[in-house]
Write a protein that binds this ligand. Structure first.
Ligand SMILES: [Zn+2]
Ligand SMILES: [Zn+2]
Length: 315
C-alpha cells in the first residue's frame, strides 16, 4: 500500500521541536519535562504508529469498499480538499467528544491525557488501542458523501500535524482573531486540565469554533493554575499499565456489576457507577459550581440574602 500519511514525513520536525522545547524548559520552566514521563510518551507514539501500520490497511480497504456506494462524485478539485479538511475536523470534534464521554472509547483516549506534564512530547502520546474503539466509523459519512479515502486520510494527517504544536506552555496566547477561530495552546491546555471548570471542554482539533457551536468551549483563566492529567492519576511510569489500565478497569467493573448495569460500565461516561460510588465529570463540575455559589453567598451581607428583609424601608 502506498504511504500517503503526511504524519510520517513530519516526524523529524516533531523531534526537532521537542528538543528545542526541552532547551527552553531547561532555562524557563524546569517542571515542564520529566524524563520518565517523556520516555513513556515517546513509547506511546512509537506503539501507536505500529498499531496504525498493522490495522490501517484493513480500515482503508473498508473505506474503499464503502466508497463505491458514494452519493456524489466529489473529485479532487481544490475546493474538495478544503471542504474535506473542514468536515474531517468536524468529524474529529465528535469522535474526540465520544472519546471522552463513552468509557469504551475513553479506555483508548485516556492514554493521551495520562501525563501530568504538558509539553510537545505529550502530543506524541497517542494510544495503541485506537482500532478497538471503532472510532474510524465516524469517517464513513464522509466516504459515503463521496470524498475519496486517500483524501480523507491526508486531511486527517494534516489535522494531527496541526495539533502537535498546541501542546506547549511556551506560548501564552496567540493574537485575538486566531484564538477566536483556531485551536491554540491556550485552548488545548484547558482540554488537558483536571480542574473542575475545565473538565470535558475544548474537544476541537483545528477549529475551536466547533466547541463554541456545540456548547463545550471554555477559555483559559489566568487566575487558576492548571492541573494536568486525569482525575485518578496513573501514579506509575509502567508502560503496559499506562496503555491498558482503563481497559482492565472496565473488565473488573463489568465483572463485579449486577447484570442489569454491566453495559453501563462500557457505554456510559467515565466515572459512572450503578451505585453512585464514583463521580463523572458532570458530577464533579456540579459539586464545584455548588461550592462556588455557596462561597459567593457567604460573601453577601445577610440582610441582602433574604428577599423579604429590608422590604418597605426607604431606599
Ligand atoms: Zn481528549
Ligand atoms: Zn492533546
Amino acid at each position: 500500500m502506498p504511504d500517503f500519511s503526511p504524519v510520517d514525513y513530519a516526524v523529524p520536525g516533531f523531534v526537532a521541536l521537542v528538543l528545542i522545547e526541552m532547551i527552553w524548559a531547561r532555562f524557563r520552566r524546569r517542571e515542564a519535562y520529566e524524563a520518565r514521563d517523556t520516555l513513556v510518551s515517546l513509547a506511546f507514539g512509537l506503539g501507536s504508529t505500529v498499531s496504525g501500520l498493522l490495522t490501517g490497511g484493513f480500515f482503508f480497504l473498508l473505506f474503499l469498499w464503502t466508497w463505491q456506494f458514494r452519493l456524489f462524485d466529489i473529485g479532487w478539485a481544490w475546493w474538495a480538499w478544503a471542504l474535506c479538511f473542514v468536515l474531517d475536523d468536524l468529524k474529529y470534534y465528535w469522535v474526540h467528544r465520544a472519546g471522552h464521554r463513552i468509557r469504551w472509547m475513553w479506555a483508548a483516549h485516556v492514554n493521551h491525557h495520562s501525563s501530568q506534564h504538558y509539553n510537545l512530547s505529550t502530543a506524541l502520546r497517542q494510544t495503541w488501542t485506537n482500532p478497538l474503539t471503532f472510532g474510524f466509523l465516524f469517517a464513513l459519512p464522509l466516504v459515503l458523501l463521496g470524498f475519496h479515502p486517500v483524501m480523507i486520510a491526508i486531511c486527517g494527517g494534516f489535522n494531527l500535524i496541526y495539533q502537535f504544536w498546541i501542546h506547549t506552555e511556551a506560548i501564552d496566547r496567540m493574537p485575538r482573531w486566531f484564538e477566536a477561530v483556531m485551536n491554540t495552546p491556550s485552548h488545548h491546555r484547558v482540554h488537558h486540565a483536571t480542574n473542575p471548570r475545565y473538565l470535558d471542554r475544548n474537544y476541537a482539533g483545528v477549529f475551536i469554533v466547533w466547541d463554541k457551536m456545540f456548547g463545550t468551549f471554555e477559555s483559559e483563566s489566568d487566575e487558576e493554575k492548571i492541573r494536568y492529567g486525569i482525575i485518578k492519576q496513573l501514579g506509575s511510569f509502567n508502560l503496559l499499565w499506562a496503555v491498558f489500565h482503563e481497559w482492565i478497569g472496565i473488565v473488573q467493573d463489568m465483572w463485579r456489576a449486577p447484570w442489569g448495569s454491566k453495559l453501563g460500565y462500557l457505554l456510559r461516561e467515565p466515572g459512572w457507577t450503578h451505585d453512585g460510588s464514583r463521580e463523572t465529570s458532570d458530577m464533579i463540575r456540579a459539586r464545584w459550581l455548588a461550592g462556588r455559589e455557596e462561597a459567593s453567598l457567604a460573601e453577601i451581607p445577610v440582610a441582602n440574602q433574604n428577599p423579604i428583609a429590608g422590604q418597605g424601608e426607604p431606599a
